[in-house]
Design a protein around this ligand. Structure first.
Ligand code: MN
Length: 195
């Protein structure tokens, strides 16, 4: 197996004989002409959270957002950066078995493509800790910002904030109103049962 750098931590945390999560032996790069992808997975692990993943430099840069995204620009949601995930992870919906890292059901809550709306490259914006992006999801459409507030080696803290646009709303709450899988239409309960 090739030991490419970016996914070392991802692999080290998992036993692929026991979990159905993708092993991702090779990095897959999307052609430059294609829009980068994103996924938001609802993950009922020790604590329920939403994993926001954005395709940047051939991997899924990942943030655990305990409360999930808000459409209200006045609300700042904590987003704790976690290890890079392989591109294939965007397709993963199922159950991580008991005793494994992140054990619990995972739902593809939303997915689609996004646009970098800043002039600098995504790589540069990520490095600078300030990303602004326009989501084209099944549930979420509109502009969001991720702003790094605390730099630490293991778990840098960022804030996920809805930017002001015609999709912003102080009253709509898709996390509460749209609870089924954007991919399969299943509920968390069904995913827990069926895997
Ligand atoms: Mn997670």
């Amino acid at each position: 197996m090739s030991q490419n750098g970016p996914l070392k931590t991802y692999r080290a945390k998992r036993n692929f004989k026991k979990t159905a999560e993708p092993q991702a032996k090779k990095l897959k790069r999307t052609p430059k002409t294609k829009a980068p992808i994103f996924v938001i997975q609802r993950h009922e692990a020790t604590r329920t959270h939403y994993d926001l993943r954005l395709e940047i430099t051939g991997v899924l840069k990942s943030w655990a957002v305990p409360k999930g995204p808000s459409l209200d620009p006045a609300v700042k949601r904590l987003a704790v950066e976690t290890e890079d995930h392989p591109m294939e992870y965007a397709q993963f919906e199922g159950v991580i078995p008991v005793g494994n890292y992140g054990a619990g059901p995972v739902m593809i809550w939303d997915y689609g493509t996004f646009e970098n709306i800043k002039k600098d490259s995504l790589k540069k914006c990520y490095g600078q800790g300030h990303i602004e992006f326009l989501l084209h999801g099944k549930k979420l459409i509109g502009t969001f910002a991720l702003i790094r507030t605390h730099l630490s080696e293991s778990k840098p803290a960022w804030l996920l904030v809805k930017m002001k646009d015609e999709y912003a709303s102080a009253t709509k709450n898709p996390v509460k109103s749209k609870t089924k899988s954007a991919k399969t239409g299943r509920t968390m309960k069904q995913i827990s049962k069926e895997g």
